[in-house]
Design a protein around this ligand. Structure first.
Ligand SMILES: Nc1nc2c(c(=O)[nH]1)N[C@H]1C(S)=C(S)[C@@H](COP(=O)(O)O)O[C@H]1N2
Ligand SMILES: [Mo]
Length: 519
């Protein structure tokens, strides 16, 4: 790996000066960029003075065996470079990780924070405890006093307004809504694409997610439709709704606030909620407190945290996260012919699923059935059937519906299943989900590999070493290990005893008529 570039200037010196002021009283870490083009220019000029460290190579090289797996040095330096309003954010954000997340999270990226829970625990409950819900941030975590909180609604609405949290929570003005929703990052299971064929690393590291960048919670809030109505409804020609977050985002030397958009249709069918409560608790800071959007069935990226502004526009947002990222390319498109317009813009999450236990490369001792657990999800419907194969996708077994968690319009189903297994040795298991419209999943990672490494929705595969004790010889051999106190693992260690006595061998050979025919 090439050493990081030397820094042209000492960042600490710059980091102590408040070059850019806080935008609002009671808000910490929020610089408004989108309303002030001059300020954006100034920030770009500051950033241009430095040689920032290059992102580490983590795709062509093995992933570091550390937790956090990746640190995000470059992104920290972006924040240091812009002065004291942002320079403390890497530190503050990490404090929230320690405070609000489970101790054993897999910290895929330290800053901006990206983390997923341990595989086994994620599917123990159909509703994910807040402390275990994955987190995907593009910047630092702003600290916002709920008493000082408001968001603006503007653009193609008849009566633009500022709405405080208190007002939004006033039930005489806005009826409440509560829905169980699965959020899934479109980068979920990216590591499988990387392992087969590396792709775009992106500047904000395209995190090497496993199967845990998905979580389910019950959110309470107000339907965006009610808020738009309160603002006098849409103006003629309104087509999309843009959401802005308070966090600062960087792309090719420019600064932005996090921003994305969804079609107005999504609001009209009550599939966008402005939420302040998650699983009966106040929305945690790391998940967007005091208020975030939750967009049902769409990739997690559209569910904007630390909401500052709702802007109704005609066409989809031209903010980088909407226009330049979350694109899905065909196999004819690679690094050197990808553009922003020639990829799909990923909005609705396709059907996907994963086996969470056992995990890849496990050695499993069983008596003819291996218990598996996992999840299944569809952004455009709900999982109707889950199937597991024990031979890499030839024969599929249906998971009985009683072993799947209940159906919701907008959430995953967790499942468990005892898969019949006869063979010994390495077996490839895979899972696929069918949703209510009979959509299912591509068979191999290769069938769906794409340069941007999004949406790894092919059948999730794991290799398991099967040790089947319903076979008398296997049961006997395991007993030999036990009786002699010989460790069973690692699998590759040779057995320190004979597999058969000479007498047993000769007797068996006689029964088999010897090695060769007699005549
Ligand atoms: N303001 C803001 N909103 C954001 C993001 C962000 O970085 N900033 N990340 C998005 C992405 S890519 C995902 S997958 C989800 C993750 O939500 P969670 O961290 O609450 O699980 O938040 C989305 N909303
Ligand atoms: Mo995401």
């Amino acid at each position: 790996m090439a050493p990081a570039e030397p820094y042209a200037k000492p960042f600490e010196a710059v980091g102590e000066t408040p070059v850019f002021a806080e935008e609002r009283k009671g808000w910490k870490g929020y610089i408004e960029w989108e309303r002030y083009p001059e300020k954006k220019k100034k920030a770009a000029a500051i950033l241009a003075q430095y040689d920032f460290p290059v992102p580490p190579e983590f795709q062509l090289a093995p992933l570091p065996d550390t937790n956090p797996i990746l640190e995000g040095v470059r992104w920290k330096y972006y924040h240091y470079a812009l002065g004291s309003t942002l320079s403390e954010l890497p530190h503050i954000s990490w404090k929230y990780v320690l405070k609000e997340k489970s101790e054993d999270m897999i910290h895929v990226l330290q800053f901006p924070y990206n983390g997923e829970p341990p595989r086994k625990r994620l599917v123990e409950t159909a509703i994910t405890p807040n402390a275990d819900h994955y987190v995907r941030n593009h910047g630092g975590i702003p600290e916002i006093d709920p008493e000082e909180y408001y968001f603006e609604v503007e653009g193609m609405v008849n009566e633009p307004k500022k709405i405080t949290l208190r007002e939004l929570q006033d039930e005489s003005k806005f009826p409440r809504m509560s829905t169980t929703v699965t959020l899934q990052c479109s980068g979920t299971r990216r590591i499988e694409q990387i392992n087969d064929y590396p792709g775009d690393g992106d500047e904000l590291i395209n995190a090497p997610w496993g199967e845990g960048a998905i979580g389910t919670a019950r959110y309470v809030g107000v339907s965006l439709k009610k808020v738009i109505k309160y603002c006098g409804g849409l103006k003629e020609g309104a087509g999309n709704i843009e959401f802005f977050g308070a966090d600062t985002y960087f792309k090719k030397g420019q600064v932005y606030n996090y921003a994305v958009s969804v079609p107005t249709r999504k609001m009209k069918i009550n599939e966008v909620i402005l939420a302040w409560e998650m699983n009966g608790e106040k929305l945690p800071a790391i998940h967007g407190a005091p208020l975030r959007t939750v967009v049902m069935g769409y990739i997690g990226a559209r569910s904007t945290k630390w909401l500052t502004r709702i802007n109704v526009i005609k066409d989809p947002s031209m903010a980088p996260v909407q226009m330049k990222e979350y694109l899905y390319y065909t196999p004819q498109i690679g690094k050197h012919n990808a553009t922003y317009s020639n990829g799909f813009s990923i909005q609705t999450m396709p059907v996907s699923s994963a086996i969470m236990t056992p995990v890849d490369k496990d050695v499993v001792i069983h008596d003819g059935k291996i218990k598996m657990t996992g999840w299944a999800y569809s952004g455009s419907g709900w999982p109707e059937r889950v199937e597991v194969s024990n031979d890499g996708g030839g024969v599929w077994y249906e998971v009985p519906y009683v072993q799947m968690s209940r159906k919701y319009f907008h959430a995953w189903r967790t499942w468990e299943f005892e898969v019949p297994v006869d063979a010994e040795g390495w077996l490839e298991f895979c899972v696929r989900c069918w949703d209510n419209a009979l959509n299912t999943q591509p068979t191999f990672v290769r069938s769906a590999w794409n340069w941007d490494l999004h949406v790894t929705s092919s059948c999730h595969r794991i290799k398991i070493y099967s040790v089947n004790t319903s076979k008398p010889l296997t049961a006997k051999r395991l007993k030999m290990y036990e009786d002699r106190g010989v460790p069973f693992l690692p699998l590759t260690r040779p057995a320190p005893f004979d597999l058969e006595t000479d007498e047993e061998y000769l007797e068996e050979m006689k029964r088999r008529e010897g090695r060769d025919p007699i005549e």
